[in-house]
Design a protein around this ligand. Structure first.
Ligand SMILES: Nc1nc2c(ncn2[C@@H]2O[C@H](COP(=O)(O)OP(=O)(O)OP(=O)(O)O)[C@@H](O)[C@H]2O)c(=O)[nH]1
Ligand SMILES: [Mg+2]
Length: 417
C-alpha cells in the first residue's frame, strides 16, 4: 500500500467535513480564519502532493547490448523490459509505461534502443539516427537521461559523448531546457576479473572501479566530481560543470544487482519535484519517502502555528485534530499503509489510545486529543506547532521504524518551526 491518489482525495473531503463539525462551537470569525490559515493550507499541501504528482520520465540511451533494458529492470525491481538481442526493425524510440499497481505509481521510460542499433559500416551512428534521438528528447521532455555505457568500453565513449553533446545543445537552444543526465557505467562486474566480485570483498576490483570512474570524470566528461557516498568512493560521483549530474558504476545483471540504490538516489535528486512521489513509491524507498514525510511534518508544523493569529481556548484543541489525523494518515501511507482511518487508528493504538475500528474519524479525533501534548489554557501558535510536530515525529518513528514513542516523549529541542 502507499499513497492511493483516489483514496487520498476522499480522505481530504472527510477531513474537511471533520473540521467543520469540530469548529461548530467557535464563533464564525474564528472559524473562518482558522479555516483559511490552518485547515485550508494543510489540505492544500496534501492535494498538491497528490494532484501535482506525475510519473517520472526517464530517457535511456546507449549502445545496443550495453544493458539499457537490464538497467530499467534493476531500477524497477522487476522485469519490465526485454533483455537480450531482439533486433527492432525501425530506428525509433519506444516509450512505455511501467506500472506499479501496489504502489499506485507509474514511470514513463523512453527506450532509444532502436536508434542506437542502426550503425554505419564503420561503426558510427548515422545522422538520421542522431536527429531521431534529438526529436525524442524534444518530444518527451525527460526528467533525466540515463546514459548507459558498458564500463569496460568507457575508453571508446568519446564518440557517444560528441553525439550526446550535439543533441543536448540543440535541445537547449530550442527549448531552453537542460536535461540532467546520469552516466551509468554498467557491467561494473566485468571490469578486470569478473570473478573478483563484489568490490567490497576484492580491493583490486574496487581500485579498478575507482580508476574507471576517475577516467570517466576527468578524461571523458571533464567535470568536477564529489563523492556520492563519503565512505565508499567507488560508488560514484556527483558531477557539475556540464549536464552530467553524476557518474555511477552499477551491475544490472538480474540477481546480481549492485549499487542500484546509489543510482536511484542520484536519479531521485535530479528529477522534477512532482515526479518524486511516483519514483520513490515504486521502489518502496523508505529513506526517500521518509524525507517526503519529514517535509510534510515541517509544513504541517508551520501551518499549525497559524492558530496563533486567532488564539483559541484549550478546550477547542479538537479543531486541530483533523489536521493531525490527516498528517498521521499520510505519513503512514508513505510508509506503505493504506490511506484510511485504519492507518491513523493503528498509530493511536501503538501510542496507547484505542479507537475501535468501527468508529468514525470523529471518534479518532476525539481520542487524539488525549495524546496532544499542550499546556496552558489558551492554545498559542507555538504550542499548536509543537503539538503537531511531536505527533508527526512520533507517527514517523512508528510507521517507518516500528518505534512506539509517545508524542510527549518527542524531544522538545527538536522542534523546528
Ligand atoms: N555481467 C553483466 N551483464 C550484464 C549487465 N547488464 C546487462 N548484462 C547483460 O548484457 C546483455 C545485454 O543486456 P540488455 O539489457 O539487453 O542490453 P540493451 O542495452 O537493452 O540492449 P538492446 O536492447 O539490444 O539495445 C544481456 O545478456 C544482459 O544479461 C551487467 O551489469 N553485468
Ligand atoms: Mg534493450
Amino acid at each position: 500500500m502507499a499513497i492511493d491518489k483516489e483514496k487520498t482525495r476522499e480522505l481530504l473531503s472527510l477531513i474537511d467535513d471533520l473540521f467543520d463539525s469540530f469548529s461548530g462551537n467557535l464563533n464564525p470569525e474564528t472559524k473562518d480564519s482558522l479555516k483559511k490559515l490552518v485547515m485550508g493550507p494543510a489540505i492544500e499541501e496534501i492535494r498538491k502532493l497528490v494532484d501535482d504528482s506525475r510519473p517520472p520520465v526517464m530517457l535511456v540511451m546507449g549502445r545496443s547490448g550495453h544493458g539499457k533494458s537490464s538497467l530499467i529492470n534493476a531500477l524497477a525491481g522487476k522485469e519490465v523490459a526485454p533483455v537480450g538481442d531482439v533486433k527492432p526493425e525501425t530506428p525509433e524510440s519506444i516509450p512505455y509505461l511501467i506500472t506499479f499497481p501496489e504502489q499506485y505509481s507509474t514511470w514513463q521510460i523512453v527506450d532509444t534502443r532502436g536508434i542506437f542499433e542502426t550503425t554505419n559500416p564503420d561503426g558510427g551512428i548515422p545522422e538520421s539516427a542522431v536527429s531521431m534521438l534529438k526529436e525524442s528528447v524534444k518530444q518527451y521532455s525527460p526528467d533525466i537521461i540515463l546514459h548507459v555505457v558498458s564500463a569496460p568500453e568507457i575508453r571508446s565513449f568519446s564518440q557517444d559523448l560528441t553525439l550526446y553533446q550535439e543533441i543536448v545543445d540543440e535541445v537547449h537552444k530550442e527549448q531552453n531546457v537542460k536535461t540532467p543526465t546520469s552516466l551509468i557505467l554498467n557491467k561494473a562486474d566485468t571490469i578486470g576479473n569478473p570473478r573478483h566480485w563484489p568490490p567490497e570483498e576484492f580491493a583490486n576490483k574496487a581500485a579498478l572501479l575507482q580508476e574507471n570512474l576517475s577516467y570517466a570524470a576527468d578524461d571523458i566528461l571533464n567535470v568536477n566530481a564529489t563523492l556520492l557516498n563519503q565512505n565508499v568512493p567507488y560508488y560514484g560521483y556527483e558531477t557539475t560543470g556540464n549536464q552530467y549530474a553524476g557518474i555511477v558504476p552499477v551491475c544490472s545483471l538480474e540477481g546480481e544487482e549492485w549499487n542500484i540504490d546509489t543510482l536511484s538516489d542520484l536519479i531521485g535528486n535530479n528529477i522534477g519535484e512532482e515526479a518524486k512521489l511516483d519514483f520513490y513509491q515504486a521502489q518502496r524507498r523508505d529513506k526517500q519517502l521518509k524525507k517526503v514525510s519529514s517535509s510534510i511534518i515541517k509544513r504541517f508544523t508551520t501551518i499549525s502555528g497559524g492558530v496563533g493569529t486567532t488564539p483559541i481556548p484549550l478546550s477547542d484543541i479538537a479543531v486541530l485534530t483533523p489536521l493531525q489525523l490527516l498528517m498521521i494518515t499520510v505519513i503512514g501511507s508513505l510508509a506503505g499503509r493504506e490511506v484510511s482511518k485504519k492507518t491513523a487508528y493503528e498509530y493511536l493504538a501503538a501510542v496507547g489510545v484505542n479507537v475501535g475500528a468501527a468508529f468514525g474519524l470523529r471518534e479518532g479525533a476525539r481520542q487524539l486529543v488525549k495524546i496532544v501534548p499542550v499546556g496552558g489554557s489558551i492554545i498559542s501558535g507555538s504550542m499548536a506547532a509543537a503539538a503537531t510536530y511531536s505527533i508527526g515525529k512520533s507517527a514517523e518513528a512508528y510507521f517507518f521504524h516500528g518505534k512506539k514513542i509517545k508524542p510527549q516523549k518527542v524531544k522538545k529541542d527538536e522542534v523546528e518551526v
